[in-house]
Design a protein around this ligand. Sequence first.
Ligand code: ZN
Length: 246
Amino acid sequence: MGAMHSVSETPHPAPGSLGHVLILLDYDGTITTRECNEVILQRFTGDAWRRLEDAVLAGTMSHAACFAQQIALVQASHSELVGAAVEAAEIAPGFERFARTLTAAGARLTVVSAGFREAIEAVWRRERLPVVPLVATEVRSALDGGPPHRVAFDALLGDCPTCGPGGCKAGVLRALRRHDDLVIVFGDGVSDLCMARAADVVFARGRLVQLCVAEGIACHHLADYHAALETVLELASPVIASVPER
Ligand SMILES: [Zn+2]
């Protein structure tokens, strides 16, 4: 990256001034431009993963159980699986500056993902993103690194009838939320809905937009992280936001 950034109108909040802001971000399809899990499932299982997806849409299987069964279909090795997840990941425009600006101002960003911890950490290093807490899934493979692969969801995820036992991201929100926090959730899919229900502010793209609309949850459309950063700063900085216009 060059030394000169184009000068942005985005205000730079004072260091520490956003300590009351908790931002929970889904990873796959929200921080990344593509659904990396879908890319790797298609590559390693053909269309077999889609049939399980249909059961989620029909409401007969939780998305957490579905993901576990999908990963169990993969016959590639652990390193092939994780490597493909890293390779498939392209970070959404503006995310690096979004994360850097907000963490520098003291906002507590946490990534909450059913994606693989190893893969996300490798992408974070590759992209030189600011270090933030990561709640993600471990892939446990056979001793030789081959199949069968199991997924172990992070213990911070909660139980819920929709998401299944130990698969609900809203558990993370409840664990991290402090009194008087402004809780902002970014997501794109059904696994983010429980977090969206409990958030103060939602940025949605993909299927989560329709799910929020269906439940009457107000959401901002997540187009890119340049616009999202400006909106977050407006919402999180009442002093700036309340300057009278006339
Ligand atoms: Zn849930």
